[in-house]
Design a protein around this ligand. Structure first.
Ligand code: PLP
Length: 382
């Protein structure tokens, strides 16, 4: 039996387009883009074009894109980069951020902004938490366990109001909005001005591009303290010879994602709708987590009350079906998911929760088969 892969939120297979874009940089175009002879300058020229391509998709400027090795690095650069510029500044992060935001945020004793039981940030709580020293707010665009889409535009409006008040009081401290958009690229608009973000992290590994590729958008004028020091590449913000192949693969993947976005959104949403209906019908003790209205189409979080998610996940795996019990990055952790705790699930409910994530090779029959297998297994599990 062919395996059924339902963990696209953890990793996506490389597309042919991304691979084709990468290949020349492993062979004839292997040059270091910082070298000065003609062939190397041609590679530097390619890198500029790749950067321009990414910038155009985000409606950003060329110099606002810093290539990084994935979203973890971009998140660290955003958070540590801003916070080290403002030693007395304070940081707010949503309670459901990915570990790659949470861990650097802890270095600066960040305050967590609560979310409601649907996993949506509570805006008036955010407003109350902002004080005269708040310098950065980090809220993800799409949550990687629930799929919930956060109200970034509304947050940016709150920030504008705070900045106007600060201006009147003579407080010159900036207040930036950073968004981790690692789970959003295949399905949502990434125009930075429409989203209202000052900094935004993206990665290629979730977009059918290569792992360890991605970027941080940094709005012009924002100064960051770099973490990787050396030769001064990437506008002095990320030293090290650029991985031009990875950036080319990332840009090609992002381009394809933006071209396919509307169509894929509808297709995946429809598939998920059918899958959810089948799950609820066949597993009466199950509950879907996350907002029904504000949710990216590829993610589905299901609590099957009374079940053991780890056992279910392994039994599904033995039957050729691959899914997750939380985010892949924290799957080995002993702690129940902080995201599920933040929406009010108790430990037992969190340990009865599975995450399914759909992608380009997902079909209706795969999902039907998964729902029936799960119904049998969860029946045995209780
Ligand atoms: N942020 C979110 C929301 C994610 O889902 C992930 C990956 O799972 C990351 C960040 C980390 O991305 P990367 O593996 O590219 O460092």
């Amino acid at each position: 039996m062919k395996r059924i892969y339902l963990d696209y939120a953890a990793a996506t297979p490389l597309s042919q387009e991304a691979l084709d874009a990468m290949l020349p940089y492993f062979s004839e175009k292997f040059y270091n883009p910082s070298a000065t002879y003609i062939a190397a300058r041609a590679v530097k020229n390619d890198l500029d074009k790749i950067r321009a391509q990414v910038a155009a998709i985000l409606e950003a400027k060329l110099a606002e894109i810093v290539f990084t090795a994935g979203a973890t690095e971009a998140n660290n650069l955003a958070i540590q980069g801003v916070m080290r510029q403002f030693p007395a500044g304070e940081l707010l992060v949503s309670a459901i951020e990915h570990e790659s935001v949470m861990a650097p945020a802890e270095l600066f004793s960040a305050t967590k902004i609560p979310v409601d039981s649907n996993g949506i940030l509570i805006l008036n709580k955010l407003s109350n938490l902002i004080n005269d020293n708040t310098v950065l707010i980090s809220v993800m665009l799409v949550n990687n366990e629930l799929g919930t889409i956060q109200p970034l535009r509304e947050i940016s409006i709150i920030i504008q109001q705070v900045l106007e008040e600060r201006h009147l009081k003579g407080n010159k401290l900036p207040l930036y909005l950073h968004a981790d958009a690692a789970q959003a690229g295949n399905y949502l608009d990434l125009h930075v001005s429409r989203l209202g973000v000052d900094l935004m992290s993206l990665n290629g590994g979730k977009l059918y591009g290569p792992k360890q590729s991605g970027c941080l958008f940094i709005k012009a004028g924002i100064k960051l303290t770099p973490q990787i020091l050396g030769g001064g590449q990437e506008f002095n913000l990320r030293s090290g010879t650029q991985n031009v192949a990875a950036t080319a693969g990332f840009a090609a993947a992002l381009k394809l994602a933006s071209e396919n976005r509307a169509k894929e959104y509808r297709r995946i949403q429809e598939l998920r709708g059918g899958f959810e209906a089948a799950l609820i019908k066949q597993l009466p003790k199950s509950v879907l987590n996350g907002s029904v209205k504000h949710r990216a189409p590829h993610l589905l979080s299901l609590t099957i009350n009374g079940s053991d998610n780890e056992r279910l996940m392994m039994e599904l795996d033995e039957r050729g079906i691959e899914c997750a019990i939380g985010s892949a990055c924290s799957a080995s952790s002993e702690q129940p998911s902080h995201v599920l705790s933040a929406i009010g699930l108790n430990e037992q409910q969190a340990r009865s929760t599975l995450r399914f994530s759909l992608g380009k090779n997902t079909t209706k029959s795969q999902l039907e088969m998964t729902a029936s297998e799960l119904a049998v297994l969860a029946g045995n599990n209780r």
